[in-house]
Design a protein around this ligand. Structure first.
Ligand code: ATP
Length: 436
């Protein structure tokens, strides 16, 4: 199945309150977005599912939440101060700036169409700089982190000592990262402030290749298990000349976005590069001692680095479905129930006080279990359509018979089949159909 049209998804996201332009009332800030009531739920669910599969369900991975502001030395050691940059050219004709590596034709300006008008490429560092404390001087420059990974490496020994983890083990983190991207765009795909879900898996150097292969499979399965269409997902192996200087192997998980295949996640064999770099730079011992063999060495690390905001966008695109039902078209977000922002909508057939009162009672009886919504406006058909469009797996309708028979109608989003269920057994019915 081909992915949905880009403009349609963006318009649905804005219209239904998934994503808003940041600072919209001031004309907006380019490439910055706010997540609305539904978007924040979807994003949270994506992050929660990642945490559940990477930390909660594994006994070999623990979590961490490191600071966005770190010592600037961290970014010197990691190589970001010296080389976290993109080659940038400026068009002398229209003054637009472009990343050389993203230009279709390296001589032609995509903004004004002129050829041969570019300046020589200049390296542009992508880290946001600010100052710590009241004085703005070079001595108190700090950076907003461009990735969450370094907070894991710098805490390697703290985590090992306090959690008493033994190799192989991983450390996972979800959090905001910042990159002063030259060409942000495609809605929330590439933004200057975004969220990442990263995991560093420390292992024996001899096991690194096999561990790398294993994590490629685990990560691929995570997307398909959450309902992403396997045809829209592929693994792209980096050629030797595409590899970063620290990597012994790299795979990208790619999604078929409306504009073509693009990266969701990078899986890298980073060798012992990062721990060694921090050891050299800080003078601290980050080696691992193994009592059984009386040996001391620097572990290798396999990294899985996914974008939470970018992945959320991909799930939204993937779930978007238009279908014909009885000669009418309907839009449905076929999100996995675990990702759906609202799990259950409770709808009275009309606004009559008796019905609304029973509706509120039904809603209160299940509110503690799931994110629910009560909607009393408009006709029932329109309310079903709205819930389909935001991906709500179940609609519970309270009608006049409900007042006497204490039963409600439960409508399934995908099959549109309706079941009559007693109010007392509603929670159990839904529990069976809404996995965690
Ligand atoms: P790209 O080539 O798309 O800029 P990258 O290879 O630099 O990405 P990594 O440094 O490997 O990305 O970061 C891991 C993940 O973080 C990416 O796969 C992506 O999902 C997410 N990510 C990186 N930069 C951005 C951004 N500017 N906006 C949104 N997500 C991002």
């Amino acid at each position: 199945m081909m992915p949905a049209n880009f403009d349609t998804i963006v318009s649905l996201a804005k219209k239904r309150g998934f994503v808003f332009q940041a600072s919209e009332i001031y004309g907006g800030l380019r490439s910055a977005y706010d997540y609305g009531p539904l978007g924040v739920e979807l994003l949270r669910n994506v992050k929660e599912q990642w945490w559940r599969s990477m930390v909660q369900m594994r006994d070999d991975v623990v979590g961490i939440d490191s600071a966005i502001l770190q010592s600037p030395e961290v970014w010197v050691a990691s190589g970001h101060v010296a080389s976290f940059s993109d080659p940038l050219v400026e068009c002398r004709e229209c003054n637009s700036r472009h990343r050389v590596d993203k230009l279709k034709d390296p001589n032609k300006c995509p903004t004004c169409g002129n050829s041969g008008t570019f300046t020589e490429p200049k390296e542009f560092n992508l880290m946001f700089k600010t100052h710590m404390g009241p004085v703005e001087s070079e001595d108190n420059v700090v950076y907003l982190r461009p990735e969450t990974a370094q907070g894991i490496f710098t805490n390697f020994e703290n985590v090992r000592r306090t959690s008493r983890m033994k190799l192989p083990f991983g450390v996972a983190q979800i959090g905001k990262s910042f990159r002063n991207e030259i060409t942000p765009g495609q809605f929330v795909f590439r933004t200057r402030e975004f969220e990442q879900m990263e995991m560093e898996y420390f292992c024996y150097p001899d096991d690194a290749d096999e561990t790398f292969e294993r994590w490629i499979d685990i990560r691929n399965d995570w997307y398909t298990d959450l309902g992403m269409n396997a045809d829209n997902l592929r693994m792209h192996a980096h050629d030797a000349d595409e590899l970063a200087h620290y990597a012994a192997g790299a795979f990208d998980v790619e999604y078929r976005f409306p504009w073509g295949w693009d990266e969701l996640e990078g899986i890298h064999n980073r060798t012992d590069f990062d721990l060694k770099a921090h050891m050299d730079h800080s003078g601290e011992d980050l080696t691992y001692f193994e009592q059984e063999t009386d040996s001391r060495f620097v572990p290798y690390v396999i990294e899985t680095a996914a974008g939470a905001t970018r992945t959320t966008f991909a799930f939204l695109i993937d779930a978007y479905t238009e279908e014909e039902v009885n000669g009418e078209s309907r839009v449905v977000l076929k999100l996995d129930p675990r990702l759906a922002p609202v799990k259950v909508a409770v709808l009275p057939l009309s606004k009559k006080p008796d019905l609304v009162e029973t509706t509120n009672r039904v809603a209160d009886s299940i509110r503690g279990n799931w994110q629910i919504e009560v909607d009393v406006t408009q006709s029932i058909g329109r309310r079903y359509r709205r819930q389909d469009e935001i991906g709500t797996p179940f609609c519970v309708t309270v009608d006049f018979d409900s007042l006497d028979d204490h039963q409600v109608t439960v409508r399934d989003r995908d099959t549109m089949q309706q079941d009559r269920i007693s109010i007392d057994s509603l929670a159990a019915y839904l529990s069976d159909r809404l996995p965690r």
